[in-house]
Structures are given as structure tokens and as C-alpha cells.
Write a protein that binds this ligand. Sequence first.
Ligand code: SF4
Length: 224
Amino acid sequence: MATFKLLDRGRAKRAIDLLEKEYKDSKYYLSFKTPIDLLVAAILSAQTRDEVTNSVTPELFKRYKTAGDYANARPEELSKLISRVTFFGNKAKSIINACRIIVEKYDGRVPKSMEELLELPGVGRKTANTILINAYGIVEGIPVDTWVIKLSGRIGLSRESDPDKIEDELEAYVDRKYWKNITYVLKAHGKKICQSRVPICSQCPIGPGSRNPICPQNGVTESR
Ligand code: SF4
């Protein structure tokens, strides 16, 4: 059985520095203009490709602009507009119920604290961190998505599979200045080089043939 190698802190920091440098222009990937747009887009994006979410939201954001608009939406009408995303019926319910709470408790404004965001249906820590960072510039934690989970394991940044534990581990040694962007850096690297099925390790800035061969390639059985 292959052994899992966890990087020591120094090498983990070096790996992150190199990836941050390589993907310095990476940024959040869903389209939005307002905090309420972002909340809705983030709920829709769960287990749905970004391209699909971004293809649905322009029409949606034209029709519904405020938390009140969503709170008063007819579930069938909202479901129809988002029918290209997965679990659209449940997501429509989450959006309507989350927006009812926002109207009743927060005067129609998306709240600005982790605790309050986590009370909203359809919002977990990843979404809450995403909203705080991208809507308000508040960096409280690291959004852990599927790319962060996969690449953290491969690179040896975390042995955990639970997103909350991975977030704790990463926060222990990722420089705070990188917290707001590390998710998008790892995603950019995953899309371009550390691809899901067969990573292109030969072209990786922390791969075996590079000047900084840091990555232990945990779980990689085949690479290009
Ligand atoms: S060396 Fe391979 S497995 Fe490691 S980060 Fe690079 S592409 Fe991914």
C-alpha cells in the first residue's frame, strides 16, 4: 500500500508560495454583483459546474434583485429558472428560506458574520467563507472546496478528508495573506496541471522534474 507523505511546515509553505506565484491572477469564479447575488450563486454551485451556474445566473439576477424578491418568489417559477443546476428543487427552497430569514432578521442584508451565515439554509462553512471574503473582504477562514480537498492530499498539506479539519490544518501554516486566494490558486492549478484523473506532473512547478520537487504525489498512480 502506498504511504502518505505529509510535508513539514517549511516545505508546505514553500509549495504554497510557489503555487501562489504561479497563479497570482487566480480569482473567484462565479459571476455576481451584490452580496445577495453571491449568496444565491454559491448555493446554486454546490455539485454543479461553474459554467452551468454562470449560465443560469444572468437571467435569474435580472428577475430577482433583492432578498425580498427571493423571499416572495414562487418556488415553481424559481425552480424553472434554475432547472439546469443539480438538485434545483431543493436549492430553490434553500434560497427562498434563506432570504426569508435575511428579510426578517437582517433587514434584507446578507449578514457579515460566520455564525449568522451558518444559520441560513444551504450555507455551510465553505459558502460562508466565500461570501465573507468575496462580498465583504472579511477573511475569517479558507473556503474548502473539492479542489482544495483533492490537492491538499496529493501535495501532502493535509491527511484529512473532512473539509472542516482540512481548513483547520491549512490555517495553521498557510500565511494569512494567502487565505483569501488559496482556494482559487489550488483550483487553477487543478484545472491546468494537477488534473483530476491524470495530473501533468512533468509540467508542475512543484513536480518531480522541476527546480522545486516538493510534491510527494500522494495517491497519484498515473501521471503525464
Ligand atoms: S506534482 Fe503532480 S500531483 Fe503534485 S501538485 Fe504537481 S501535478 Fe499535482
